[in-house]
Each structure stands twice: as C-alpha cells, then as structure tokens.
Ligand binder design. Structure first.
Ligand code: VGL
Ligand code: ZN
Length: 247
C-alpha cells in the first residue's frame, strides 16, 4: 500500500507524541515489541550487570559456587552485545560481620540474628584487596563502564548491588543507572540465589525492567534457596532469559 500524506503525517505525529512523553527510541515495528522479546535490540537504555565474578566464588575459591567458572565465556560473549556493562565486586573487610569466623562457635552456612535481620554466615571471602576478591582473570569486558563494590562496611552485608542488607543504605547504583538513562537491566554472574536474585528484586523495586540470564549464572543452593529465588523473582516480574536469546 502506498502511504498517502495524511497517513504519514499522523504517523509522524504519533512518534512526536511518544518522544514528548520521553518514550524515545521507539519506531516502527519496535512500538509493538515487548520490552524483553527474544533477541532484544540492545541500546542506550539497556545495561548488563555482571555480579561478583570473583575468584572466591570460582571452584578453588573459599566460597566456591559449583561450575562458577563455566559462566565466564558465556558472559564474555554476551557482554559484547551490550553497549553498557556494569561489574560488581563483593568487597568485605577482613573482620566482616558476614564471616562465621567473627562469631565464636558458629560455622559457615549457619545463620545469626543481627540488628538488621537474619544473616547467613559465610566462610571468609572477597576480602578487600586480596586475590580472592579480584575479578576472574578470564573475564574479558574491557568496555565495562563501572565497577561497583558492595559489602565494604564491616557491620552490614550487601548481597544486592542496589541496597545494603540493612535495607536502607543505597549503593548508589540505581541513581547512577537512572541518570545514565538506563531503563532495562539484565543480570548475570554469581550467585543466582544470593547476589543476583537480591539485585534483581531491588532493581524491580526501583522501577527497572529486569531479566536474569539463567545460563550465565550459577547458584549456591542452600536449603532450597535456588528454587525460592526463582519463585520470588518470577513473582516480582523478573524475566528469565537464556544467553541464546541474545543471538
Ligand atoms: C554472595 C554470599 C556472600 C554472592 C556474596 O555473590 O552471591 N553470596 N557474599
Ligand atoms: Zn559476601
């Protein structure tokens, strides 16, 4: 069909109306496309957040996540498709409150009650400045724009990249992403059921659309925590994707 002039004008007017509403980057067929279609077209409103791909969480590390190393090539390939990538690092003091070693008589993976709520106790891990806290040597994302550290306050843990475990202290990541115009975040890394899930849930609470790329993550799975995390994420509207969806 040949477009007549009035059709063209009304189409242009519609696009102008969208951009007046701040809905930029919408054109033609993409107006009809859901935010997380298979093979999403990635642009300036999308960011990949790579959570805690650090030596301590890799087999051989002090809090090793099974197959944690298997995700590194998957993440490297996916990151190439994203114009914007943020990395996180778990970054604890040597005497961090989340370490079982700081609680006489307690063993790793037991829980204690802290002023801000329940805290699982972990083996010492990701101590500031140590090799264990370094990013995995094969992680290859030179265009990553921000490395954000979390859990650096001795008395407060932070699984989430957005909000510390007291549920009050912001890491600043939400503000950073919003000021950069990011609206959609895609998460991957370690561990699915702790830092990835908490970050995904907080990102939803802060108004982002959120997807977790399942095969670019691995979980710890403590007492059913992996299934529980997926249930919570699904309920919160977090989309479950696979790295092949970015082909
Ligand atoms: C993490 C436990 C303790 C994680 C960090 O990155 O998922 N888990 N610290
Ligand atoms: Zn930690």
């Amino acid at each position: 069909m040949k477009l007549n002039e009035s059709t063209m004008i009304s189409r242009r007017t519609a696009l102008q109306a969208f951009s007046a509403l701040g809905v930029s980057g919408l054109a033609g067929a993409s107006l009809l496309r859901p935010a997380f279609a298979a093979a999403p077209k990635l642009g300036d409103t999308d960011a990949l957040i790579v959570i805690d791909v650090q030596n301590c969480f890799i087999p051989g590390g002090s809090l090793a996540v099974k197959e944690g190393d298997a995700i590194v090539p998957v993440i490297n390939a996916m990151a190439k498709k994203f114009p914007h990538v943020v990395l996180t690092q778990d970054w604890h003091t040597a005497d961090h409150v989340s370490f079982a070693s700081q609680h006489g008589g307690k063993k790793p993976f037991e829980a204690v009650k802290l002023p801000y709520g329940n805290q699982v106790l972990w083996p010492d891990h990701c101590v500031q400045g140590t090799d264990g806290a370094a990013l995995h040597k094969d992680l290859n994302i030179p265009h990553a724009e921000l490395v954000i550290r979390k859990g650096f306050r001795k008395g407060v843990d932070s699984y989430s990249a957005f909000l510390e475990a007291d549920r009050k202290t912001s890491t600043g990541l939400g503000g950073y992403l919003k000021q950069r115009g990011i609206r959609n975040v895609y998460l991957c890394g370690l561990a699915t059921d702790f830092c990835v899930a908490w970050s995904a849930l907080d990102a939803r609470k802060q108004g982002f659309t959120v997807a977790v790329v399942e095969d670019a993550c691995r979980g710890i799975d403590l007492n059913g925590s992996l299934a529980a995390a997926w249930k919570d994420m699904t309920k919160a509207g977090v989309k479950r994707m696979q790295s092949k969806d970015f082909a």
